[in-house]
Design a protein around this ligand. Structure first.
Ligand code: CDP
Length: 249
């Protein structure tokens, strides 16, 4: 992280013209894949992320099974063509870390004790990356799990806040992530007020940290509305397609 590059102009606007507390444009669509049990697609600024869910199904190999609850397995992957330079395919340290923290966040909300010995498998494919893919992935995965009909306490919405040119800013873009002073991805469950993911790269004071948390939480509340909207649209389409034309019983 370097302080030589100017990330805020004299009007207090960021390199992409956003205000400090402004999200990038976000679009969420549920049920985009025919073969997965649940799926979602998220466009978040220049990020494009697909999530697919299979399960609950019997966990294989059997030694993975937990007799008390389902296990949640996440596979986060960046497509070879997702970055400025070709991303080397296959698992790596970063993908393993993001898969792990995403699974742990989701375990907090999925009612895993209803499905002993089962596995819930979540695949997150990053098609285009522009910083913030773990938050976009977790946001998409929550919608895909809901689309699969898997019971949850509530959906996780995720968003980062960070520090650029000495100011706390929401949802850092790639340049801000590279040249800012801190980045703090946060996963939040608006239904319960729980934080299920919190990471930090860089440094903030305690006051800055609280400000970043408040900013990220309020963004998660907005994102949660978009998640619900995506599920509502998905349900409305299926309802209209029913044989009886969707007339209420
Ligand atoms: O994507 P996220 O911000 O959650 O994770 P990061 O590790 O902070 O990565 C920031 C960004 O760097 C990614 O979103 C990508 O745009 C880029 N990146 C990349 O192009 N190739 C990689 N192998 C890793 C990251």
């Amino acid at each position: 992280m370097s302080e030589d590059i100017v990330l805020l102009n004299s009007d207090g606007l960021r390199v992409d013209g956003r205000a400090l507390d402004e999200l990038r444009p976000i679009k969420i669509e549920a049920g985009v894949l025919g073969n997965a049990d649940g799926s979602a697609y998220v466009e978040w600024g220049a990020n494009k992320v697909l999530a697919a869910v299979y399960g609950p199904k019997e966990a294989q190999p059997k030694y993975l099974q937990d007799t008390a609850k389902a296990i949640v397995q996440v596979n986060y992957n960046m497509a070879a063509f997702s970055g400025d330079e070709r991303v080397r395919p296959g698992p790596n340290r970063r993908a393993t870390e993001i898969s792990k923290i995403t699974a742990e966040a989701l375990e907090n909300v999925i009612l895993t004790n209803q499905f002993p010995r089962a596995s819930i498998d979540v695949y997150i494919e990053v098609l285009e990356a522009d910083a913030g893919t773990r938050c976009a992935g977790l946001t998409a995965a929550s919608v895909a799990i809901a689309d699969a009909g898997i019971p949850m306490i509530g959906m996780v919405a995720a968003c980062a806040a960070g520090k650029i040119d000495g100011h706390i800013a929401l949802d850092l873009g790639k340049k801000e992530d590279n040249f800012g002073q801190a980045d703090m991805p946060l996963g939040y469950v608006p239904g319960t007020g729980e934080i299920v993911l919190l990471q930090m790269d860089g440094h903030m004071t305690m006051v800055e940290f609280r400000k970043a948390m408040d900013m990220a939480i309020s963004a998660c509340e907005q994102i949660h509305e978009l998640q619900i909207g995506a599920l509502r649209r998905r349900y409305a389409v299926n309802y209209a397609d029913m044989d009886d034309g969707g007339t209420e019983q």
